[in-house]
Write a protein that binds this ligand. Structure first.
Ligand SMILES: [Zn+2]
Length: 114
């Protein structure tokens, strides 16, 4: 089972635009996104965190065991860290991140570009 990560505050929560993981801005700056750091490189870069995460999201699920959860399967979260996830997130990823994801065959699961 994957280790877990949870928001440590209910203020300034943001969702990763690639996987939907919800944490505080500060947590993203300190640790990046546990699932997507290799694509988004958030750690230590506040500007980047603001570009690749969003405060606008709908629906929240608590993912406990991503390999045995039908919600996890439905949201393409198999193998992801345990934590709190947005069902839908609204925002626009920077073009270079989108290009990198496309090249790797990764689809941002919860992204709603509207
Ligand atoms: Zn992520």
């Amino acid at each position: 089972m994957q280790p877990g990560v949870c928001p440590n505050s209910f203020k300034q929560l943001r969702a990763c635009l690639v996987c939907g993981l919800i944490k505080t801005t500060q947590q993203f700056v300190e640790n990046g996104c546990e699932n997507c750091e290799k694509y988004v490189h958030l750690s230590g870069d506040r500007e980047r965190v603001l570009d690749c995460t969003t405060p606008r999201y709908q629906g929240v699920i608590l993912l406990n065991d991503s390999n045995h959860s039908w919600v996890g399967k439905y949201l393409f979260l198999e193998g992801k860290y345990r934590g709190v996830y947005a069902i839908k997130a609204s925002g626009i990823l920077p073009p270079e991140v989108l290009g990198d994801l496309e090249a790797r065959g990764v689809t941002p699961h919860c992204l709603n570009a509207s």
